[in-house]
Write a protein that binds this ligand. Structure first.
Ligand code: PLP
Length: 393
């Protein structure tokens, strides 16, 4: 016997990974330079020098210490360094006890949902959304309630979220800067969301958490990125170093339970319990200590900014419709037919790997990940032209 739910999840196709795997196969067949792989968010910018230095330091110390277990929520010194960074950067008195070090944002969100939800609860996501929100919500035996973003701004639709909240709602996941559309939620919109949620908490006599999924906090093109715990007390931040330090395969991030919550300690205890239950304890020790040395190291946003410029200019000249990204490194482009899956399949004929929006809970668009080599973007333009021409006769 096996667990049917887990079997179904294992067997369920993940379009992003599928396209990524197809791209690897195709590159082996026809040469990497002939495949225009916009599928996955694997940063093309190398990790900063600080990371290299910190790794070397870790390797030069006593090898027993270098590879030891840390306490389940992380090395106390690392948790303190993260708390001190939050305090100095965002003006909140963060304490180490409310920081839980994780293997990236994935485990951070999975832990958080399991910690704050009871089976049968509802979790709201703003569509389009990161596909794994569905998985982690279902793992916590909860239902994901998808609320479309306002179009064309792709900001959260506060009235629609308000209408969806009921006595089973336990959390709303927000992600700004956003994957897949590149939107940055404005301060006004987040303030309105916070005000509405606080009123709903009063009305329903129930906690409603914001889970702020923030892997792209530092990847912006000049936009203001408010720190959500400063706007809404019941916020849990799920942070990742995958993008900010270009460490996606190293699996490191953290959960921060806002100290502005009166009962933050109890919530952190539930986080520790969920981490233990799911087996997400003692994040990789070397990475913990490396990131502690590199907190606040600036990301190389200039590369992504110039890719954004090149891609948007090229696609607009060809007549594609897209959402101007304010952050992250994704471009949300209107498919040239209503069925985005069919459009993505046709794009493959031109060696263009574009993720259909169905994966993100909406229809009719594709996502292009532009954290790739500039030369790939340059070389892909004739393919985009040919794809457009295939529709326009
Ligand atoms: N949330 C969003 C919005 C993402 O884009 C990603 C990764 O691409 C994750 C979470 C997971 O990040 P991590 O690599 O830290 O697990």
């Amino acid at each position: 016997m096996i667990n049917q739910k887990m079997f179904d999840l294992g067997a369920e196709p993940n379009k992003i990974r599928e396209l990524f795997a197809y791209g690897l196969k195709r590159k082996a067949e026809i040469g990497a330079e002939n495949v225009f792989d916009y599928s996955i968010g694997n940063p093309s910018v190398p990790a900063p020098e600080c990371v290299h230095q910190a790794f070397v330091e870790q390797l030069q110390q006593d090898p027993v210490v270098a590879h030891e277990y840390t306490p389940s929520p992380g090395d106390p010194a690392v948790r303190k360094a993260i708390a001190d960074y939050i305090t100095s950067e965002f003006g909140i008195s963060a304490t180490a006890g409310n920081v839980y070090v994780t293997s990236g944002a994935s485990s951070a969100i999975a832990i958080t949902l399991s910690a704050i939800c009871e089976p049968g609860d509802e979790v709201i996501a703003i569509a389009p959304y990161f596909p794994e929100y569905r998985t982690w919500t279902h793992t916590a035996d909860c239902t994901l309630v998808e609320i479309p973003a306002s179009v064309p701004s792709f900001q959260p639709d506060i009235a629609a979220i308000e209408a969806a909240i009921n006595e089973r709602t336990s959390a709303i996941i927000i992600n700004s800067p956003n994957n897949p559309v590149g939107a940055v939620y404005t301060r006004e919109n987040l303030q309105a969301l916070a005000k509405m949620l606080a009123a709903k908490e009063q009305e329903l006599g129930r906690r409603i958490f914001i889970v702020a999924d923030e892997p792209y906090r530092e990847i912006t093109y000049g936009a203001d990125i408010p720190y959500v715990p400063n706007l809404y007390a019941d916020t849990i931040v799920c942070y990742s170093f995958s993008k900010s330090l270009s460490l996606p395969g190293e699996r490191i991030g953290y959960i921060y339970v806002s100290d502005r919550m009166g009962d933050a300690q109890a919530i952190s205890t539930a986080v520790a319990g969920a981490g233990r239950a799911l087996g997400y304890i003692c994040a990789p020790v070397m990475l913990q200590r490396v990131i502690a040395k590199c907190l606040g190291t600036p990301s190389d946003v200039a590369t992504y900014a110039s890719n954004r410029e090149l891609l948007t200019q090229g696609l607009s000249e060809l007549g594609y419709e897209y959402v101007q990204p304010e952050g992250a490194f994704y471009l949300w482009v209107r498919a040239l037919e209503p069925d985005a899956i069919a459009f993505s399949e046709r794009a493959k004929d031109y060696e263009l790997l574009l993720v259909p929006s169905d994966s993100f809970g909406v229809k009719g668009w594709v996502r292009l990940s532009y954290c790739i080599a500039r030369s790939t973007i340059e070389r892909s333009m004739p393919a985009f032209r040919a794809l457009m021409e295939s529709y326009n006769g």
